[in-house]
Design a protein around this ligand. Structure first.
Ligand code: HEM
Ligand SMILES: *[C@@H]1O[C@H](CO)[C@@H](O)[C@H](O)[C@H]1NC(C)=O
Ligand SMILES: *[C@@H]1O[C@H](CO)[C@@H](O)[C@H](O)[C@H]1NC(C)=O
Ligand SMILES: CC(=O)N[C@H]1CO[C@H](CO)[C@@H](O)[C@@H]1O
Length: 383
């Protein structure tokens, strides 16, 4: 199993194209010096309406390190109604204006922002973003909340779809996060100081005061043990199995200043990003495009099989052999398609067209991110 696992994980290779963004404006209008979007719905005249979603952005032409906590992207405190959620990366990008500061954006804007602000690799960014959009976004208006449900993403889709944003439990957001509690305990998305104290404690014990891969492996395993022992509804499979290991590597891959080469995160920087949604002062993004480098090492420290607590009982972890794991990534693709089909059993009109397009955009990332071509599926036809 391990050689196969590594074979799979080490084939997370990347392809590059060229990105060119050109914004055409009439030249007789007075434009602000910098285009800043403060309110996503303002882009559509206040009421988001149907949109024909454009293809995802390609990679930027420059992918080296640079100052990203710059004068064009000042941190600002939250205003009433701004959406923030379980992702410290997206929260930080919103609070620095890399996406609309209200926390509502199109998938294209999210991909551009993670590339620009954290140097996330293009295909990986497309994979994560379109996954979130298919699970929790509004496919008609092409808008997604990085926090809770908001009218700013537009009219509700037909149930059981919800367009509820990142905070919705069980589609993308899941259990055993590092600094967020399990949904069972009531709040699945806010920064939790008690959990952050544990992050610091583990960094002291295993990393000499820094978060590195050794700390990541120990903390990931401890958070799983915590949930097994305390959360009767603990679930850890499919999407959540993959994202949890990825997210354990992200603080090393993305939150360490790009001029450093030691792959360890200091606690002041961690607190700044996790709690305050704020880049450390003078922060440079990583020197090369990054994704989930390190997950093989994190996993190998304490191999763990997907599953959950059965029968609503704590300390009753049962492995689910039907779940995807790192040796079966195409099962994850099947699972994602099943979730989409459950959310959208009978789409028509613009919704159906946009489902077809978004599934297509999502799949463009799958062969690269999985290192294998799972065979694209077309549950709603090909348009
Ligand atoms: C590309 C678009 C992205 C999407 C759609 C996304 C979405 C999410 C979601 C839904 C979660 C919550 C999962 C959970 O723990 O239950 C999460 C967690 C996380 N994200 Fe993101 N994210 C994105 C980009 C990023 C980036 C660029 C970074 C780093 C710079 C990042 C870092 C993290 C970390 C560290 C966590 C775990 C937080 C914790 O366990 O306390 N994410 N993300
Ligand atoms: C934070 O997490 C701890 C440990 O899981 C929990 O006991 C506590 O109630 C949480 N705090 C909040 C404010 O949710
Ligand atoms: C993490 O830091 C600790 C303490 O300095 C060190 O022993 C360990 O080897 C480091 N882990 C990695 C993967 O570098
Ligand atoms: C299942 C669950 O508890 N989900 C919660 C996640 O957090 C949001 C925002 O507080 C709640 O609305 C959900 O009920």
């Amino acid at each position: 199993m391990i050689p196969k696992l590594f074979a799979c994980l080490t084939t997370l290779l990347f392809v590059f194209g060229a990105l060119s963004t050109s914004l055409a404006f009439p030249n007789n209008v007075d434009l602000p010096k910098r285009q800043e979007i403060d309110d996503a719905s303002a882009q559509t005249g206040g009421v988001p309406g149907p949109v024909n979603p454009p293809p995802p952005p390609g990679p930027p032409s420059f992918t080296g390190t640079k100052l990203v906590n710059d004068r064009a992207h000042p941190w600002r405190p939250l205003r009433d109604g701004d959406e923030r959620g379980p992702c410290p990366g997206m929260n930080t990008l919103a609070s620095h204006g890399y996406i609309s500061r209200d926390g509502v954006a199109t998938p294209g804007q999210i991909v551009t922002s993670v590339q620009e602000g954290f140097n996330m690799e293009n295909k990986f960014a497309i994979f994560v973003t379109y996954l979130a959009h298919l699970m929790n976004g509004n496919l008609v208006t092409d808008l997604l909340s990085i926090g809770g449900k908001t009218r700013k993403t537009g009219p509700d889709p037909p149930p059981p779809a919800h367009a509820g944003g990142f905070n919705v439990h069980g589609t993308f957001e899941g259990d055993a996060g590092m600094t967020r509690g399990d949904a069972f305990f009531g709040d699945n998305h806010s920064f939790n100081q008690t959990l952050f104290d544990k992050f610091v404690d583990f960094s002291n014990r295993y990393g000499d005061g820094y978060y590195n891969l050794t700390v990541a492996g120990e903390l990931r395993f401890q958070r799983l043990q915590d949930s097994i022992a305390t959360n009767p509804q603990f679930s850890f499979k499919n999407v959540r199995f993959f994202t949890a290991y990825g997210e354990s590597a992200f603080p090393i891959n993305f939150f360490v200043d790009g001029r450093k080469t030691d792959k360890k995160l200091d606690m002041a920087s961690a607190l700044s990003i996790f709690r305050d949604m704020r880049y450390p002062p003078d922060f440079f993004r990583p020197p090369t495009p990054m994704s989930n480098q390190g997950i093989a090492e994190i996993f190998a420290m304490h191999p763990f099989q997907p599953g959950g607590n059965a029968d609503g009982k704590v300390n009753n972890f049962v492995v689910d052999p039907t779940s995807a794991d790192f040796t079966k990534p195409c099962v994850l693709y099947d699972d994602i398609l099943n979730t989409v089909k459950t959310l959208y059993p009978n789409p028509t009109g613009v919704l159906r067209r946009n489902l077809i397009k978004n599934l297509r955009y999502f799949y463009t990332s799958v062969p690269t991110v999985f290192g294998t071509d799972c065979g694209e599926q077309f549950p709603y036809g090909q348009g």
